[in-house]
Design a protein around this ligand. Sequence first.
Ligand SMILES: [Zn+2]
Length: 229
Amino acid sequence: MPDPRWDDPSLKAGTMVRAALWLVQEVGEGNTFTKEQLRLAFPGIAQADRRVRDLRDFGWVLDTNASDVTLSAEEQRFSKRGVDVWNADVRRAVKRDDGAISNKQRDAVFAAGGYQCAFCGIAGGEPYPDRPAETAVLLVSRRSIETARGGVEQLLVTECKRCRSGAATRTHSVSEVRAMLEDLDAEDLRRIKRWAVQGIRGTTPLDRAWTGFRALPASEQSGLLDQLG
Ligand SMILES: [Zn+2]
């Protein structure tokens, strides 16, 4: 069966699928396109560039001037075609494969993340500071992280139920955040900058020490504290 035409009015498909077909049929693999061309192809669709980016989850390679300095800020290169997203079966197969996280992977991710949420830093079983009756449950999720080079990588991260549901998201004013950042010592500020680049929170020596300490039986905990004075 031939591929559908990107501009076929009878094609029942979302913007990501249409954009994939547009790239293949109008731009051509290896060629560049501009934001303006994308806007003209998909008039009135505000998030067309985002939908193009979503194609990266399906193995499509799109370069921007973050990954290729010969491109202008307005340009992208359609470098490599990925899976045929207009085929719903193929699309589902990729998604399913993507969604399955094995127990072994999960254990490795928990261990690498120090058994704490990568976003708010809470440890498993620990009560939330602002809601002491609620204790954290940790999960492993697949997150698309935008890297410093402008690409998107799929990472497995530990997060708590609350961060996953977005319930922990509270908007601070810029001046509030600025004041909080200014209160940090130089080392913590460097950490924040590093996390900002990585797109996720990393663990600190303090976190790792605390997580290790919490995992000890109560009798060992008090003994250890006594020894340390
Ligand atoms: Zn969290």
